[in-house]
Design a protein around this ligand. Structure first.
Ligand code: TUI
Length: 309
């Protein structure tokens, strides 16, 4: 099987999550410049904004980087053409089925790496010729599936013959090595990068991730079809209450979630903001440069030390 670093052109088999409103050109370039694989997370951005971030990232790094498209975005289709025009080499997708765009991207030579939350979904996409899969457990922050990284990764590894990238709950070399033990070819990290010096979020958000204890995250909206893991606060409690009423339209809830994410990201509002973060927030204890975070994951890995990777 192809090595993930050969597929991506990065030094480390570590990719950055496509965190909406957070994975800007700045964070993406910092990750790629540090030897990981950076991504611009399009979230709910329109085409003009994504284009401007792509241009910025191209100016900030000469290393390869990718684009993450959140498929429930109203701009997903337009962005699916933009990545071709901009000659982006790798696209990751989340929160939906990338099926309708696959052929067009593959014809353009774009490597496609969807996030999958289940085995059946992984098999279907592998059959369609995607290049790798990001297998994300429910430990992750933001929009999540039901299964844990620990159980889902080995099942997908057994079901497909393309590289699997483990995501959800990984914040240090121990999580990295666990993922490799489960058969993954690499990992995706998000939460630990929230606590990086280069991450363009409000200082309050970073501080809240660093102070989070093991039990501080919760999944809101499991019963609505839009389950989102956040750090518990007033907003999370309000959202939980709102979703007890099953008649609230999904689109309205998504707007509320993305809108309140902005309050946390830009204003540092830790009461009314949606503080998306994964369970690994409990592992994250300090704010460090991206380069230190990536090096400490890779260089301390037993697999790396043993020369296996
Ligand atoms: O997408 C994510 N994480 C996200 S997106 C986001 S922004 C947002 N805000 C409000 C509501 C919803 C999203 C914050 N965090 N991770 C990747 C991911 N994809 N996790 C799970 C999935 C997924 C779920 C279902 C992928 C495919 C899927 O298929 C459903 C289907 O049958 O189409």
């Amino acid at each position: 099987m192809q090595k993930l670093t050969d597929l991506l052109g990065s030094k480390y088999p570590i990719i950055q999550g496509g965190m909406a409103n957070i994975a800007t050109a700045e964070l993406c370039a910092a990750v790629s410049n540090a030897g990981g694989f950076g991504l611009i997370g399009c979230g709910g951005w329109d085409v003009a904004r994504v284009k401007s971030e792509i241009r910025k990232a191209k100016a900030l790094t000469k290393q390869p980087f990718g684009i993450n498209i959140m498929l429930i975005s109203p701009y997903a289709e337009a962005i699916s053409d933009l990545v071709i025009e901009e000659r982006i080499e790798v696209v990751t997708t989340g929160a939906g089925n990338p099926g309708i765009y696959l052929k067009k991207w593959q014809d353009a030579g774009i490597k496609v790496i969807p996030v999958v939350p289940s085995v059946a979904y992984a098999k279907r996409l592998a059959k369609k010729g995607v290049d790798a899969l990001i297998v994300e457990g429910t430990e992750a922050g933001g929009h999540v599936g039901e299964l844990t990284t620990f159980t889902l990764v080995p099942q997908v590894v057994d079901a497909v013959d393309i590289p699997v990238i483990a995501a959800g709950g990984i914040a240090d070399y121990r999580g990295f090595d666990a993922a490799i033990s489960l058969g993954a070819s690499g990992v995706q990290i998000g939460t630990v990068l929230l606590a990086s010096e280069e991450c363009p979020i409000h200082a309050n958000y970073k501080a809240r991730v660093v102070s989070a204890r093991d039990t501080d995250t919760i999944v809101t909206g499991r019963n609505t079809g839009a389950p989102v893991r956040v750090i518990k606060n007033k907003m999370a409690r309000q959202y939980l209450k709102l979703t007890e009423d099953k008649n609230v339209p999904l689109a309205e809830l998504e707007k509320l979630t993305l809108g309140s994410l902005k309050k946390a990201v830009f204003e540092g509002n830790m009461d009314d903001g949606s503080i998306m973060a994964g369970q690994s927030a409990g592992i994250v204890k300090s704010i460090r440069p991206v380069k230190t975070i990536l090096e400490s994951i890779y260089e301390q890995s037993y697999y790396v030390k043993a020369g296996v990777l």
